[in-house]
Design a protein around this ligand. Structure first.
Ligand code: ADP
Ligand code: MG
Length: 221
């Protein structure tokens, strides 16, 4: 069960600023949900709390019926794509993709099988031995996506800074993320501050403003 439930979620920073205010939301197992709202409205804070990178001030986050609040980030079975790929440039593609499994002490044959199916899915099998510094930006993006799926996550969290700048690369990233959601059946939370992009995805959109979820009518007015 890979549904996500947020119950009265709040985030207060030490200076007293509330960046997420009483957010409650249910995301179905296998659903693709787009979070949209202006810069600073709290989208990344929600994703970071789900991912365990940000402490929860109050409220609850469930994966299926498991309360995630006290589960360590590495045990949450989530994959995250943030910050322009964050790959290790001195390592090759295989080493980057397999790192999470190596750190979790998976046996070599299982790591190989999983890496192979991830790179076949993303059509980058031919670059496994190349160093990151010698591959194209498009290949880096696919390497980062392969690294995300190789741990067989239940939920995939994609922030808008994962792929920025180049519209063609962003469109390709979106096609891959949609394929990951549809074919691998991974519940996906996708952030964008681009309204047209959110609409074009034709998925459920969660509209946010000033730390709160608001109805679409209110967002558009
Ligand atoms: P979004 O991803 O929607 O652009 P964020 O979730 O990154 O927004 O940020 C929400 C709000 O929280 C912003 O107004 C930001 O300035 C504020 N914020 C982020 N980090 C801190 C912090 N450490 N202290 C105080 N305010 C913060
Ligand atoms: Mg953000």
């Amino acid at each position: 069960m890979s549904s996500i439930t947020l119950k009265n979620l709040n985030k207060a920073y030490p200076n007293g600023f509330l960046s997420v205010k009483n957010v409650s939301l249910f995301i179905e197992d296998g659903e693709f949900v787009t979070f949209h709202g202006p810069s600073g409205c709290g989208k990344s804070t929600i994703l970071r709390m789900i991912g365990g990178l940000e402490e929860i001030t109050s409220g609850e986050i469930y994966l299926g019926d498991v309360l995630l609040n006290e589960v360590l980030p590495r045990d949450r079975r989530l994959a995250m794509a943030f910050q322009n790929y964050a790959l290790y440039h001195g390592l090759n593609v295989y080493e980057n993709i397999s790192l999470g499994l190596t750190l979790r002490d998976f046996p070599k044959n299982i790591i190989d099988t999983r890496v192979n199916s991830a790179v076949e899915f993303l059509k980058i099998s031919h670059i496994l031995n190349k160093k990151i510094r010698s591959i194209t930006e498009a290949e880096k993006q696919k390497t980062a996506l392969a690294r995300a799926i190789v741990c067989h996550p239940s939920v995939f969290l994609v922030d808008e800074d994962f792929s920025r700048g180049n519209p063609r690369r962003r469109a390709e990233m979106l096609r891959d993320v949609l394929r990951i959601n549809q074919e691998l059946k991974i519940t996906t939370l996708y952030i964008t501050n681009d309204y047209q992009e959110a609409v074009n995805l034709k998925k459920r959109i969660v509209f946010m403003k000033d730390g709160e979820i608001i109805p679409e009518e209110e967002y558009l007015s």
